[in-house]
Design a protein around this ligand. Structure first.
Ligand code: AMP
Ligand code: MG
Length: 424
């Protein structure tokens, strides 16, 4: 499952910006090459392997956008009501049924009763909505002035033309993409193989939920947080449980996982304290770059290669796991899975809080959005701080991202907000 060369990382033990880290990843990662052909229902969330070229025009024929009356624009009076004979009727999925005495060519100067999705009768180019029309005497309709040529008419190919790229390779397929493919008559798509990730928690104090808890133990939050985040990225997850703080055991487990997965993630055990077993385990085997990432919460993150598979050792604190997943693991998954990476689109809001930080690192403040009296969107900081506080994620909506150069924020300052929905 080799995706990376063993010599891929050589950044050294220095503080690295998130931007540098992501750029370094992109320069070094090869995506999974295997392609599968899957049905549309199986394709949701998968990464499209080849451009999808529209095989047909959409729509395939000129048709009405409303229920009403189709006419030739040239038959209308410019400034007054036009009263026309109703020369036929056409419903969606049916041929034009012209009045018995009329041949199709005789529809000039007539109106045709038409329904949404029905093909425009030959030569007709404009449709009146039925609610705008006046019932005139039997078999005739009054059409008000004011429409333009082509109104309420959907033209062949106006959505997409045969031969145009409908969906680009590298797109993570969304429900609306599948709707478009289906409308084009495509029932199967070529997608990249799913990534396989293995996850571990580490720590002598970590206990799986469901088991009895004897303080000073704590329940494992991270595996479940990571499992969900990975699944939402379309990754197949193997949950390998909790590892003790034992470098030999961690090294053995990581190597075994790396042989059968595209990506290995751990949490905990990467700090600069004494119990840095993950770092030691990797230093022994594969190659390691210990990235002290200039990010809060989230520092430190270990990153390396084991048996050719990329490895990320995330911090132990759950909020730090969430942040580093969002800004490091998510781009890594995109690169590995062949997806085109879209940087998170932050929206400008007003700060509702005062804040001080060190220059040189990026900080992510968990916030709830409210509105001020003038209707502007204001980000309010969650009351309890700390990278271990899980409710700072569950009771908030997103991050305010404070860039490296910012040292101080005052209430009312413009800040950038990143919704959690963009990450998940
Ligand atoms: P570490 O990086 O191993 O020193 O862990 C930092 C903090 O995160 C410690 O308080 C750990 O107990 C906590 N922690 C580590 N792993 C987990 C986990 N899987 N779930 C919840 N908390 C954790
Ligand atoms: Mg630990």
């Amino acid at each position: 499952m080799a995706q990376l060369g063993e010599d891929s990382f050589a950044a050294g033990d220095r503080l690295m910006s998130v931007h540098e880290a992501v750029a370094a990843l992109f320069a070094r990662i090869r995506s999974v090459a295997e392609i599968e052909v899957v049905s549309l229902v199986e394709a949701e969330g998968r990464v499209l392997a080849e451009d999808l070229i529209a095989p047909i025009d959409l729509p395939g024929f000129d048709n009405s956008a409303v229920d009403g009356y189709a006419v030739r624009f040239d038959d209308l009076a410019q400034a007054a009501e036009t009263v026309l004979d109703i020369g036929g009727r056409v419903a969606a999925g049916h041929e034009l049924a012209a009045a018995k005495t009329l041949r199709r060519a005789d529809l000039a100067g007539k109106a045709v009763r038409i329904f949404t999705g029905a093909a425009m009768p030959d030569g007709m180019d404009t449709v009146f909505m039925q609610e705008d029309c006046r019932d005139a005497e039997e078999g005739r309709v009054g059409l008000p002035p004011g429409l333009s040529r082509g109104d309420n008419c959907r033209l062949r190919g106006e959505d997409i033309r045969a031969g145009e790229a409908a969906l680009a390779a590298g797109r993570r397929l969304r429900p609306e993409d599948l709707g478009l493919a289906a409308a084009l008559g495509v029932d199967r798509l070529s997608v990249r193989r799913r990534l396989k990730a293995a996850i571990f928690s580490t720590g002598d104090e970590i206990v799986s939920p469901g088991a009895p808890l004897k303080p000073p133990a704590v329940y494992d939050a991270n595996r479940f947080l990571l499992h969900g985040l990975l699944r939402r990225q379309g990754v197949e997850v193997t949950d390998l449980g909790v590892l003790p703080d034992d470098a030999a055991k961690i090294a053995t487990a990581l190597r075994a996982a790396a042989l059968s997965h595209d990506l290995v993630l751990t949490s905990g055990g990467v700090s600069t304290g004494e119990e840095d077993h993950v770092k030691a385990a990797i230093s022994d085997g594969g190659s390691l770059v210990f990235w002290r990432l200039a990010i809060k919460p989230g520092r430190p993150v270990a990153m390396g290669v084991i048996e050719g598979a990329p490895f990320v050792g995330l911090p132990g604190n759950p909020v730090a796991v969430f942040v580093t997943f969002a800004f490091i693991v998510r781009p890594l998954i995109a690169a590995l899975s062949g997806a085109r990476f879209q940087p998170l689109r932050a929206i400008p809001v007003k700060s509702g809080f005062a804040y001080q930080k060190k220059a040189g690192r990026r900080e992510y403040v968990r916030v709830v959005l409210t509105r001020d009296a003038a209707g502007a969107i204001v980000a309010e900081k969650y009351g309890v701080e700390g990278a271990a506080v899980l409710t700072s994620l569950t009771r908030t909506q997103g991050f305010v991202e404070l860039p490296e150069d910012v040292k101080k924020i005052a209430p009312g300052d413009p800040v950038n907000f990143i919704d959690y929905d963009l990450i998940r």
